[in-house]
Design a protein around this ligand. Structure first.
Ligand code: FRU
Length: 539
């Protein structure tokens, strides 16, 4: 699929592309259109790219095919936000050129002007991305992916490609892509983490233009059910305190815990040259799970099927200190078949990643970014009570629009199975279940609405139950075509897209024995695309 566009690409004048994408006044009212997740005004989108924060603005670039609603020659689309919640889409930032189409990559603020691109006191933004040369690929070459850079001197509004591109040639590997760059202050150099089929390679540079290979990691570790993509090496505080660890995110396609693409992570140390896996984690990963030897042992960022190729924002202010993440809310297993027309693809909600010390060792947890609270319209507390029968918690809550957040804290007691169902008027439902006898959480979207467009879509999604399952807290975000479940403060996460014909408007709890509903609330959420909200924000 990824080859067929080579010939077309060569014929496309870039000026024509600009005209086409700038014209769209997005209405965002179509069937299934997410109302508080970012999706492009039109056409195909996959990975988030170039996540960088600069002068009060979060930039979100994205893999974009402006000429169709399936994957095609990649551009970098562009959106900006003050809070990662309300997005304004901007014109395309990077177009294909003689070196190829623009695959995934990252962006940094070059504070010290190491690149020399800066001309005055304002630091340049530098984007580092993969060139995918479709023509070279069609000619049967293997070195068709190289790395290039571009810079912006106006805070990310306009971009110029570097004349010396590509800055990193391909040593002879078909999969050589998705550079994520950060400043390694201890040795005053840039580090690039690159996905190279079944491992990551680390490169270093003093100026972002000349790169030296430092080391490789991962051939013998983690899940290898597919090719490795979109890595991200992040230094994080443990429990928000001074002790630090490096976290390496690696997306894998296929080979995810519930089929198709997914993101695993590793914990360890990095000394400017080499990433060394934590000894504890080495022991854990060596114990391969007997039931799925093909997967290898791995830690997963998200057990849901629809959180892929995500990465973290660069240059978030030190006073803020958070590690902020966003992923592509889709799965390569069916991404081109999902039943949307005018556009295809959305991002997850923005998340804060936390490195947490648990009884099981260090873990990476994902929590909804605090800024999402600005979406809340009204809070309906759920009364404390014991529940046995199927109980509708919706009450008079404003869930009609299908945009809401549910928070629940449960004590299961002797109950073995408890389920939270999100339902619509047609009785379509997405069900999250705590299944203690089976030792797992389950996300069931087999009757969630439109599911037939791809057979694997209806498959049950599972994650190992953590602990005894007696105390469970849930935060669930429901949008027009997605459900994101955060269990116990983000210890386990399920992100799943769903296509109910009418919005989910009721929240139902059930259990096989009495459970204690300790506290809870349903919050209506507003649309970020509604015209009042947009005009209030000066768009
Ligand atoms: C991940 C990915 C990347 C690649 C991009 C192409 O979803 O396959 O590895 O750069 O998508 O669009």
């Amino acid at each position: 699929m990824k080859n067929a566009w080579a010939a077309v690409l060569a014929l496309v004048p870039t000026g024509l592309a600009v005209a086409q994408t700038e014209s769209a006044a997005p209405q965002y009212g179509e069937e299934y259109r997410p109302q508080y997740h970012f999706s492009p005004p039109q056409q195909w989108m996959n990975d988030p790219n170039g996540l960088v924060y600069f002068q009060g603005t979060y930039h979100l670039f994205y893999q974009y095919h402006p000429y169709g609603n399936t994957w095609g020659p990649m551009h970098w689309g562009h959106a900006i936000s003050k809070d990662m919640v309300y997005w304004e889409n901007l014109p395309i930032a990077l177009f294909p050129d003689i070196n190829g189409a623009i695959f995934s990559g990252s962006a940094v603020v070059d504070w010290k002007n190491t690149s020399g691109f800066g001309v005055d006191a304002t630091p340049p933004l530098v984007a580092v991305f993969t060139y995918h040369d479709h023509l070279a690929q069609n000619l049967g070459r293997v070195d068709f992916q190289t790395q290039g850079i571009a810079y912006s001197l106006d805070g990310g509004r306009s971009w110029a490609k570097y004349g010396g591109n590509p800055v990193l040639q391909n040593p002879g590997n078909r999969d050589f892509r998705d550079p994520k760059v950060f400043w390694y202050a201890r040795q005053a150099k840039w580090i690039m983490t690159l996905a190279v089929s079944d491992h990551v390679s680390f490169y270093s540079s003093k100026d972002l233009k000349t790169w030296t290979h430092e080391s490789d990691f991962g051939r013998e570790w983690g899940a290898h059910g597919g090719v490795w993509e979109c890595p991200d090496l992040i230094e994080m505080q443990i429990d928000g305190k001074d002790a630090r660890k490096f976290v390496l995110l690696v997306s894998t396609n296929p080979g995810g815990p519930n089929g198709g693409s997914a993101t695993q992570y590793f914990l360890g140390d990095f000394d400017g040259v080499r990433f060394s896996l934590d000894p504890d984690l080495q022991r854990k990963l060596k114990a391969a799970p007997a039931e799925r030897p093909d997967l290898g042992a791995a830690l997963w960022l998200d057990y849901g099927t629809d959180d892929y190729a995500g990465s973290t924002w660069s240059d978030v202010r030190a006073e803020d200190g958070r590690v902020l993440f966003i992923g592509w809310m889709n799965n390569w297993e069916y991404a081109s078949k999902v039943p949307t027309q005018r556009w295809r693809g959305a991002m997850t909600i923005p998340r804060e990643l936390k490195l947490v010390r648990t009884a099981r060792g260090l873990e990476l947890h994902s929590t909804p970014a605090a800024e999402l609270q600005t979406l809340r319209t009204k809070d309906w507390p759920i009364r404390r009570r014991r529940i046995r029968q199927e109980t509708d918690l919706t009450g008079s809550a404003g869930t009609k629009s299908g945009l809401f957040e549910v928070q629940l804290s449960l004590k299961l007691g002797s109950a073995q199975i408890a389920a939270l169902s999100l339902r619509n008027a047609n009785r379509a439902a997405t069900v999250f279940r705590i299944n203690r006898p089976a030792g797992r959480y389950e996300l069931d979207r087999s009757a969630s609405g439109a599911v037939k467009f791809s057979p694997p879509f209806a498959r049950l999604q599972t994650a190992p139950l953590v602990g005894t399952g007696n105390n469970i807290s849930l935060r669930v975000f429901v949008d027009r075509s997605s459900v994101e479940v955060f269990v116990n403060g983000g210890e386990t996460v399920f992100t799943a897209i769903v296509f109910p014909e009418t919005p989910y408007d009721s929240v139902v709890l059930s259990a096989d024995r009495e459970v204690e509903l300790q506290s809870g609330a349903i919050d209506g959420l507003r649309s970020i695309w509604n015209e009042t909200t947009l005009s209030q924000r000066g768009h």
